[in-house]
Design a protein around this ligand. Structure first.
Ligand code: SNW
Length: 291
């Protein structure tokens, strides 16, 4: 036996015993940990299921249909995103908007889906996916209320849903307006219809629905593009957030987002940033030196 062969034999023996040790270690602690991480990489309340805090009356974003099933743009988009993550068990529950983010932050739900605008203030409580919708905040009133601009709101009674960006905007900007707080849009719109408030302040597409239903009008539209809606999740769930973002961008890239937008918001201007990359507007050619 040469020196080299002896050395090989020793190395081999050491390697073999290391393998045995590694296997022994695996057979005790490692497999259990690996199995639960593999079954629940996202830290869900119930592995394989996503529990969603949502709203039952924010048509066409999130609402319950005549059978009590959740549907709407946000609901269908989220369901599609979850499906791309391999999860088809998605359970939506209606909440008051004011309690929604806290319920996500304290772990009662895995995610909040309800046209929730991403703001720095909200990011103190929860994390968000990337944005998936950017639109307007709308003051809607009956046509005889004569409200055409923000100045016309002075001395008027305006409804807001507690905890919304509309409430925050109104507190800051409509200082001569009496704000009346409601738990949800349906209650506020009833108050507009009964004449106990002059107008209600809500999301643009929801306003459009009520306009058709009750003959109300969009009196003022305020851009809220700096607070696009995102999916809210508890802080520190980075694997969950990354998976949501990856799936969300796939849904944008293959045209699913566009299809859902056209289905739920027909006739509304199409924001370009969520379209497939080959449909994104290329900047119009600018004048060049040769012109
Ligand atoms: O900031 C907008 C966003 O640009 C898009 O138009 C969808 O709605 C918003 O996220 C604002 N939504 C309100 C909010 O986040 C009300 C949400 C609700 O009533 N469900 O407070």
């Amino acid at each position: 036996m040469t020196f080299t062969t002896i050395r090989r034999a020793i190395v081999g023996a050491v390697a073999a015993s290391a393998t045995v040790l590694a296997l022994a270690a695996c057979s005790s602690a490692a497999p259990a940990a690996e199995t639960s991480a593999a079954a629940d990489p996202y830290g869900l309340i119930t592995p394989g299921q996503i529990r969603v805090a949502s709203l039952g009356d924010s048509k066409p974003y999130t609402f319950t249909d005549e059978n009590g099933e959740f549907t709407g743009f946000d609901v269908e988009l989220f369901t599609d995103v979850a499906d791309r993550m391999g999860i088809d068990d998605v359970v939506f529950t209606g909440q008051d908007f004011s309690g929604l983010l806290a319920a996500v932050a304290n772990g009662q739900f895995d995610v909040g889906v309800a046209a929730i605008g991403i703001t720095e203030e909200r990011e103190q409580t929860v994390d968000f996916s990337d944005g998936y919708l950017a639109g307007y905040l709308t003051v809607m009133s009956s046509p005889d209320a004569n409200i055409a601009d923000e100045a016309d709101l002075a001395g008027k009674r305006l409804g807001v849903v507690q905890g919304t960006l509309q409430e925050a905007y109104a507190v800051k900007n409509f200082t001569d307006t009496e704000l009346v707080r409601f738990p949800d849009n349906n209650a506020a719109i009833s108050a507009v219809n009964s004449g106990s408030i002059d107008a209600h302040f809500l999301d643009y597409e929801a306003a459009k629905e009520y306009a058709d239903q009750y003959g109300l009008e969009n009196a003022i539209d305020i851009p809220s593009f700096d607070a696009p809606a995102g999916f809210a999740i508890a802080k520190g769930k980075d694997a969950f957030k990354d998976a949501l973002n990856e799936a969300l961008h796939e849904a944008m890239e293959d045209g699913t987002w566009k299809e859902l937008y056209q289905k739920w918001f027909p006739g509304s201007p199409m924001p370009g940033q969520y379209l497939p990359s080959d449909e994104q507007q290329t900047p119009a050619p600018t004048d060049t030196a040769s012109d």
